[in-house]
Ligand binder design. Structure first.
Ligand SMILES: CCCCCCC/C=C/C(=O)SCCNC(=O)CCNC(=O)[C@H](O)C(C)(C)COP(=O)(O)OP(=O)(O)OC[C@H]1O[C@@H](n2cnc3c(N)ncnc32)[C@H](O)[C@@H]1OP(=O)(O)O
Length: 250
């Protein structure tokens, strides 16, 4: 919207907005363009699958049966989206109009504000898959909900209902579906009015330690990811699809 300076990104990768290599590549490019475009003041992210899924996590197919080169390309994109979103110099608000689990939860945690539809699910269930969540997923959750709540959640791979997520501050608002977009937009309209150099510098200052840690550790994390997936991908993928079919334990 040219008058408000707000851009809406509607994620629409069938069937359930998995964070596939294609979606991530397009999104990273789009966000980098927006960052350079002075006419854009803020970004609202939502999903085409209104009332169903916001993001259903990383794409299982991109993590299984791939060459090391392709796995590296995928994981670099996973790292890049995290870094681009978390260090983004303009306000980003998530209008979470459906489930946002695993990589979907980490994605919304990188935003500045989260409005989520009641009755949906979010959280980092990796422990339920028998794996450890990437360190940058753990760090972002810890920075949002604090160390103890993060321990309670991650040690059991807890999946929160929207209402539970709001209680621990994992999302900022739990609302009926019809209020997700309007409330997210209202918050964003407020955030874009804050003097932007102050907004950007404050955000950078708050997030600096995690960003520096991310930059220092990303290469090692990439190596570890490729080794682990080469060894364990069959097991991991079976666990993920088990939870797609059976649902997560709350
Ligand atoms: C050893 C190193 C490992 C490193 C990785 C560590 C980090 C991992 C992070 C991740 O994000 S792993 C992915 C985790 N994601 C999930 O576990 C979510 C799984 N999905 C669901 O639980 C559900 O789909 C949902 C999101 C709760 C939505 O449920 P709903 O009933 O509305 O839809 P479904 O019928 O279940 O799904 C629709 C459609 O989408 C396919 N799909 C869903 N999630 C994925 C996925 N992550 N990857 C690939 N495909 C996915 C699902 O199979 C359905 O497909 P069709 O059957 O319709 O073809």
């Amino acid at each position: 919207d040219e008058t408000s300076g707000i851009t809406t990104i509607t994620l629409s990768s069938a069937p359930a907005n998995t964070l596939s290599l294609e979606l991530l590549t397009n999104l990273i490019e789009k966000l980098r363009d927006i960052e350079k475009d002075d006419s854009v003041k803020g970004v609202l992210v939502t999903s085409k699958y209104n009332g169903e899924t916001f993001i259903s996590g990383l794409n299982s197919y991109d993590m299984h049966n791939q060459t090391d080169e392709r796995l590296a390309k995928y994981w670099t994109a996973v790292q890049d989206i995290h870094f681009t979103m978390y260090s983004f110099g303009k306000p980003i608000v998530a209008a979470i109009n459906g489930d946002a689990v695993a990589g979907g939860c980490a994605f919304v945690l990188t935003c500045d504000y989260r409005v989520m539809m009641k009755g949906k699910r979010t959280g980092l269930p990796e422990a339920q898959f028998g794996i450890v969540a990437p360190f940058f997923y753990i760090d972002v959750m810890k920075s949002v909900i604090g160390n103890r709540q993060c321990e309670l959640a991650l040690l059991e791979g807890k999946i929160f209902s929207t209402e539970e997520a709001a209680k621990v501050g994992l999302v900022d608002e739990a609302v009926d579906l019809n209020l997700v977009l309007p409330n997210a937009m209202k918050k964003l309209q407020h955030l874009v009015k804050i003097p932007q150099p102050a907004f950007k510098l404050t955000k950078q200052t708050l997030r600096q330690a995690d960003i520096e840690k991310f930059i220092a550790n990303r290469d090692q994390n990439l190596k570890t990811y490729i080794q682990d997936l080469t060894k364990h991908s069959v097991y991991v993928i079976i666990r993920i699809f088990f939870y797609i079919v059976q649902g997560f334990q709350n």
